[in-house]
Design a protein around this ligand. Structure first.
Ligand SMILES: CC(C)(COP(=O)(O)OP(=O)(O)OC[C@H]1O[C@@H](n2cnc3c(N)ncnc32)[C@H](O)[C@@H]1OP(=O)(O)O)[C@@H](O)C(=O)NCCC(=O)NCCS
Length: 164
């Protein structure tokens, strides 16, 4: 007797341009982690700026489903910055953060940008590990830059990734 082979495939995601209609869904992901979450209206306003662009991780074949993660970036005068990046807590450690950042890097290469900057909490180990693996290096430090919900202050690292 032949036993049928049943494979469980991991969910497949595509990195697609962020849409204005994603604003509330990405605000919900942002709220999971940030002490000062941005509202849907704030995301809409940013997405309406012509220097701002972003990507959403969307499940393939489910274009109507809420994104599992997103990244928002700004490009002006050849220099770009990551405004924010987050993956829903239940969808982490399956490569989505990497793929979102890679989508930004590809877009910036296409636009012939010179460098990409970001700021990150010096205690945010997952984000620091991701950025270091992507080739970012530390170029500055802002002491006591962030304040957590409990009032604790932590410093920010400024990181840069050369694109040329
Ligand atoms: C940072 C964040 C976006 C990473 O997203 P993710 O989808 O889980 O990351 P990936 O699965 O793509 O991980 C890529 C690499 O980053 C590093 N990394 C990610 N999460 C990590 C963790 N918890 N601990 C250590 N390294 C980690 C690893 O090197 C990982 O590669 P590996 O899985 O092969 O070891 C996610 O943790 C998140 O949304 N955090 C909350 C929001 C946030 O802090 N954003 C950054 C603000 S500056």
């Amino acid at each position: 007797m032949r036993i049928p082979f049943i494979a469980t495939r991991p969910r497949d995601y595509a990195m697609e341009a962020l849409r204005l209609s994603d604003s509330d869904a990405v605000a919900a992901i942002h709220r999971e982690d940030f002490a000062r979450p941005w509202s849907g209206d704030e995301f809409s306003a940013l997405l309406g700026e012509n220097t701002v662009f972003g990507f959403a991780a969307r499940q393939v074949g489910r274009g109507d489903a809420a994104p599992a993660g997103f990244v928002l970036a700004r490009l002006a005068a050849g220099e770009a910055e990551i405004l924010t990046v987050a993956v829903s807590r239940t969808q982490r450690r399956q490569g989505l953060g990497w793929r979102l950042m890679d989508a930004v890097l590809r877009e910036l290469h296409r636009q012939r940008a010179d460098a990409l900057f970001l700021e990150v909490d010096e205690t945010n180990e997952p984000a620091l590990a991701l950025y270091r693996r992507l080739g970012f290096r530390e170029v500055g430090r802002r002491p006591a830059y962030y304040r957590a919900a409990d009032g604790r202050r932590t410093g920010a690292l400024v990181m840069r990734r050369d694109l040329r």
